[in-house]
Structure formats: structure tokens, C-alpha cells
Design a protein around this ligand. Structure first.
Ligand code: ZN
Length: 172
């Protein structure tokens, strides 16, 4: 089993940061990413870190991530984000149906482990990292940075475990 994992956006201290509310997206997504890679490797999978940590424009960051992803032959790509804009809960974006099962398990487990709303799996044909990566891909919006319930229940280790279980359950 071989996976590409990346946290969204650029360096937490630089330009191109993600959303900031009660939680900081770039920082928390990187904690999830590091823990997920650790767990995947612990259980015997190969996991590449395709995160872009420099300071750059959004386009340059996205290009950098996709370039790293497509330099490895993998079973799946996972992009880790936190949401913003006044909602609550977890949702997962996929480009095609081949990732639906993995995305559904991810959504269900994060929702149950954190005790936050399951907003479900959504097809999205326009998100750059989903469109341009060669392997089946999902983008996980783990929780909302600007919601009090999501912040209280936030636990990056449980999020990482959820994604790891979903990947192992759906990859041969
Ligand atoms: Zn994001």
C-alpha cells in the first residue's frame, strides 16, 4: 500500500496560509498529516509527504503539491484541510466514484470519533488537487476552524486514525 499525503496551503508562518479562526488550519492540518503518515508507516504502508511548506502564491503551492504527488506511483492521494465559513462538522470531496467508499468511511469515523456532524461526501470536479493528481484522491475538510463545537472536540490524533483506517479498509 502506497499513499501520498499532504496538508493544504503553505507554510504556517508565511504567505498562502489557510483559514484561521479558533483553530489555525495550516498548523492543525500539518499535525493531522504528520500523525497520519506516522500511523501508515507504523502499520507497514509507504506514505509520502507531499506537503508544500514554502511561501508562495496559491497557484505555486498547488502546482508544487501536485508535482510531488505525481512523482510517485501510489494507490491514493489524501489532501488534509480544515473548513471555514460558519458551518460545523466534517466533509470529504472526491473527484470520482472510485474514492467514494474510502471517503464515506473517513467522514463516518471522524464524525463519530470527534462527535461532530457528518456533512457527507461530495463530488467536486474543479478542485485542483483532485483534478490534477494521477491516483484516486480525496480532500478531507476535517472540521471548521471557526466553530466553537468543532474546536472543543478537535483531536488531530483521532482524525489521523480515522483516515488511516479508511485507507487500510479500502486499499489492497
Ligand atoms: Zn484549506
Amino acid at each position: 500500500m502506497v499513499f501520498n499525503i499532504h496538508a493544504g496551503h503553505g507554510n504556517p508562518m508565511g504567505r498562502g496560509c489557510g483559514a484561521v479562526g479558533l483553530l489555525d488550519e495550516s498548523f492543525e492540518a500539518r499535525r493531522v498529516k504528520d500523525e497520519l503518515i506516522r500511523q501508515l508507516r507504523y502499520y507497514g504502508a509507504v506514505a509520502y509527504d507531499c506537503t508544500f511548506d514554502g511561501n508562495a502564491s496559491q497557484n505555486a503551492i498547488l502546482n508544487g503539491i501536485v508535482k510531488k504527488c505525481n512523482s510517485h506511483g501510489v494507490d491514493k492521494d489524501v489532501s488534509i484541510h480544515l473548513n471555514a465559513g460558519g458551518g460545523t462538522g466534517v466533509e470529504v470531496y472526491i473527484y470520482s466514484e472510485d474514492m467514494r467508499k474510502c471517503a464515506e468511511i473517513t467522514c463516518d469515523l471522524i464524525s463519530r470519533y470527534l462527535g461532530i456532524r457528518n456533512r457527507g461526501v461530495k463530488i467536486n470536479k474543479s478542485l485542483y488537487v483532485l483534478r490534477k493528481t494521477a491516483a484516486p484522491a480525496m480532500l478531507v475538510e476535517c472540521a471548521f476552524v471557526d466553530n466553537e463545537t468543532d474546536r472543543e472536540r478537535w483531536n488531530y490524533e483521532r482524525v489521523a486514525s480515522s483516515i488511516a483506517q479508511a485507507l487500510f479498509a479500502t486499499t489492497k
